[in-house]
Design a protein around this ligand. Structure first.
Ligand SMILES: O=P(O)(O)O[C@@H]1C[C@H](O)[C@@H](CO)O1
Ligand SMILES: O=c1cc[nH]c(=O)[nH]1
Length: 347
């Protein structure tokens, strides 16, 4: 056991990454290859029951976010953005509907998946998504979390790209308990990808897009220093001193998934980014009380940025033209709003 659990667990070295230069995702678990079949239980998929390479082999981008509705909306939006046409008479289907856990939509090279709230939910999904990439032989997939967060000294509506994901104790790692042992894995995201995403902010966007450190907590209330949970055993002064400390350490937002997302993608050698919109400035309060329509529009902002990135990569690789026969069209936030109106009530 001690051979496996060394406390700090290293991710793939440069040499190991070179070994995998065909771009496919290699599993760091030799047990899987020895199994007759691998059931991705929470996705309602399996390596024998489904032809995973045929179904998912062309996936280049895996976009994840908390709610099924957000990811369904994003699937429709990205379909429009990249000009992807579904076969006549068909509509987008939730591929994982019968798992009753997560929702998954595929739009050509883009997979849109809901991950639920917090570490355990994301962790289960990440294991199965990484195995899905492996079984499907996807080449160089990029994982992007599209989320919401609380800003620290940052106004509601600001788009925040994570530079480093920090845990509740401001460590740039995710703590796992495996066979009763504590293991830390580095919570590293791709800095180049973060910068590229930032560069896609447009001067015309009526909001800021910033890069900074993100704190990931295991709870929304006491864990994020809120005074309005069912319990609170600290004072407002304690809370403010803590939030100021976060700010002094370069933390610009708090959410609940970034360290596990960063740690597992990094451990698998997969490039990843986290893009969230702030729903409030925590230095001004705790309650999420922006009007529903305002929050809905804010949640589209990370999606718009990520869609620009996907379009840029597909255009650069000549894939928009090759896959879909035309270049698609660039949607403005206003047009996106129209596309989304129908589903707004359910979000
Ligand atoms: O992607 P989402 O919007 O779920 O991210 C944040 C972190 C928690 O999951 C949730 C708390 O409201 O929102
Ligand atoms: O304050 C917030 C808002 C959204 N999500 C969080 O985790 N925290």
């Amino acid at each position: 056991m001690s051979l496996l659990l060394t406390g700090i667990s290293n991710s793939l070295s440069d040499e190991e990454l070179d070994e995998y230069s065909d771009g496919t995702v290699k599993l760091r678990n030799s047990n899987i290859e020895l199994m007759d079949q691998d059931i991705l239980y929470h996705l309602a998929l399996g390596s024998e029951s489904h032809d995973l390479q045929e179904m998912f082999g062309d996936v280049k981008f895996v976009c994840m976010g908390g709610t099924p509705k957000r990811m369904e909306n994003f699937a429709h939006f990205i379909m429009d953005e990249i000009g992807y046409k579904l076969p006549a008479g068909t509509q987008l289907q939730d591929i994982s509907a019968y798992s009753y856990r997560y929702s998954m939509y595929k739009v050509g090279p883009v997979l849109c998946v809901s991950h639920g709230m917090g570490t355990p939910s994301v962790s289960i999904l990440m294991h199965e998504m990484i195995k899905l990439m492996y079984h499907a032989k996807c080449i160089d997939p990029i994982f992007i979390r599209i989320g919401t967060c609380g800003g620290i000294g940052v106004e509601g509506g600001t788009v925040i790209i994570t530079e480093d994901a920090l845990d509740g104790q401001l460590r740039n790692s995710h703590e796992f308990t495996i066979l009763g042992e504590t293991v830390h894995r580095p919570a590293k995201l791709d800095k180049k990808l973060a910068r590229e995403l930032k560069s896609l902010h447009s001067a015309d966007d009526p909001y800021d897009t910033i890069i900074g450190k993100t704190q990931c907590t295991n709870d929304f209330y006491e864990g994020q220093g809120r005074l309005d949970g069912a319990f609170c055993e600290f004072t407002e002064n304690d809370k403010m001193a803590y939030l100021e400390k976060l700010r002094d350490n370069g933390v610009v937002n708090i959410e609940m998934e970034s360290t596990i997302f960063a740690a597992l993608t990094h451990h698998a050698g997969i490039k990843a980014a986290v893009v969230c919109v702030a729903l409030l400035n925590r230095l001004n309060g705790d309650q999420v009380n922006a009007p529903k329509e305002v929050m809905h529009e804010w949640q589209q902002r990370p999606q718009i940025l990520v869609a620009r990135y996907i379009r840029k990569v597909l255009t650069r690789d000549g894939q928009l033209k090759n896959l879909f026969g035309h270049q698609g069209s660039i949607k403005s936030p206003r047009r996106f709003k129209l596309v989304q109106q129908e589903s707004q009530a359910h979000e």
